[in-house]
Design a protein around this ligand. Structure first.
Ligand code: CA
Length: 122
């Protein structure tokens, strides 16, 4: 898992393996992904199969087109001057979904051109 890829290349890699970037739509799956990262002592940021590339702010799982649930327990929280708000916060500059070590592996939006580790599903 040393290689990192931009989001589209990460998706292509997963598809070449017969799957897709991971869809995490239950609290159980979120915990399993976190456990996987910890079990293999992985670190950094990981691409998931979600994005709002088509319609800004409308987050969907690319695997099946279903909506990405907003808020808790999935998305990271920003603590700011005007109180707390959930990610996503990057607007049209950040259209791909990631689990980031610096966000305690909650969901956050990142620029799709960044290079991160893919989390594939079968
Ligand atoms: Ca966006």
């Amino acid at each position: 898992m040393e290689s990192t890829l931009d989001w589209q290349s990460a998706r292509t890699l997963c598809q070449d393996l017969g799957g897709d970037l991971a869809k995490i739509s239950t609290g159980r799956a979120l915990r399993q992904a976190y456990a996987y990262i910890k079990a293999y002592a992985l670190s950094g940021t990981f691409w998931l199969g979600g994005g709002d590339q088509v319609v800004e702010g409308d987050w969907v799982w690319v695997y099946d087109g279903t909506r990405v649930d907003k808020g808790t327990p999935y998305w990271a929280i920003n603590t700011g001057l005007f109180g707390n708000s959930h990610e996503p916060s990057g607007g049209s500059d950040e259209n791909c979904l990631a689990m980031a070590e610096d966000r305690f592996y909650f969901f956050t939006d990142r620029p799709c051109t960044e290079s991160h580790h893919p989390i594939c599903m079968e």
